[in-house]
Write a protein of this length. Structure first.
Ligand SMILES: C[S@@+](CC[C@H](N)C(=O)[O-])C[C@H]1O[C@@H](n2cnc3c(N)ncnc32)[C@H](O)[C@@H]1O
Length: 279
């Protein structure tokens, strides 16, 4: 097993992370180095890891060095130590996202969500996923939900657990669709998952609630491709850097009458709650 670490200047770290997550969707280990630089690391067998030219392109001018090392036989323990449960709280509700090897916490009123950190993005650890979950927790269900770019299915499963039904999860990657189906089954909730390419497949499926934790270019593509029925009543959009949030809010307001109701920020990342102006 190989540990592939990429070290970058702290000032550019969040931008590099956004690019890296495209290459390593199940997440990267993040370490602050004593000299102030930031290290992102992924683990895998050779051949499964992102290619060096892709990593160099992702880091662009921020790259300081790339370091590969063989990991001990206990790499699986290191992998487990890296994936810890994450608790998200809002509106008096608590959601705890945990990997399967961590026990459920029997705390009262806690919603338990199990996600296997396998091939797909979305363990709940990334700020954009957490911000989406935080906004979702405060909403009262008014029907079905569509999750655009579902990754591991974490947002879809949370929506189903909170009473949004039916839930449709879409992603262009087969691994994400498979991970979502498996994770939904492990959580005992009904989620339909299907492949859909947001860049190519035209107007996107919609429902009263649309979840879209995507990067800026994809969100703008969704705003321009539009919805296959009337726009959602509510939409949570994330995957955005703070300075990109106004552009996305404007795009959905202008094209679909979806107005900003809430904005959450964590570090460099932002998430928006948009609502149809007529409700
Ligand atoms: C930032 S991850 C979000 C995953 C999960 N929803 C979460 O919140 O943790 C973005 C997801 O969008 C998917 N994606 C990227 N480009 C896409 C496209 N053109 N069409 C559909 N899905 C896409 C990726 O495969 C990835 O699973």
């Amino acid at each position: 097993m190989i540990r592939l670490a990429i070290r970058v200047a702290a000032a550019d770290a969040e931008l590099v992370l956004a690019e890296l997550l495209e290459l390593a969707p199940s997440g990267v280990e993040e370490n602050e180095l004593p000299d102030g630089r930031v290290e992102y690391a992924v683990y895998g067998a050779s051949g499964e890891l992102p290619a060096l030219p892709d990593l160099e392109a992702a880091a662009s001018g921020a790259l300081v060095e790339i370091v590969t090392s063989e990991v001990d036989d206990d790499w699986d323990q290191q992998w487990k130590a890296f994936h810890k449960p994450v608790s998200i709280e809002n509106g008096g509700r608590v959601l705890r996202v945990r990997p399967p090897w961590e026990k459920a916490d029997s705390g009262a009123d806690q919603i338990d969500l199990v996600v296997d950190p396998g091939q797909a993005f979305g363990t709940g650890a990334h700020a954009t996923t957490r911000l989406c979950l935080e906004l979702l927790l405060a909403l009262e269900p008014v029907g079905g939900c569509v999750d655009l770019g579902c990754g591991s299915g974490v947002l879809s499963i949370a929506a189903a657990k909170l009473g949004w039904m039916p839930v449709l999860a879409v992603d262009h990657e087969a691994e994400s669709v498979e991970a979502t189906i498996a994770n939904a089954a492990a959580n005992g909730v009904a989620v339909t998952a299907a492949r859909f390419d947001l860049r190519r497949d035209g107007p996107v499926p919609t429902a009263p609630l649309v979840l879209a934790n995507l990067l800026l270019p994809l969100l703008l593509e969704v705003a321009s491709a539009g919805f296959d029925q009337e726009p959602p009543r509510l939409m949570i959009a994330s995957g955005l850097l703070v300075e990109q949030a106004d552009e996305v809010a404007e795009a959905f307001a202008d094209a679909h009458g979806l107005l900003e109701r809430d904005r959450r920020i964590s570090g460099e990342w932002a998430a928006l709650l948009l609502a149809r102006h007529s409700i």
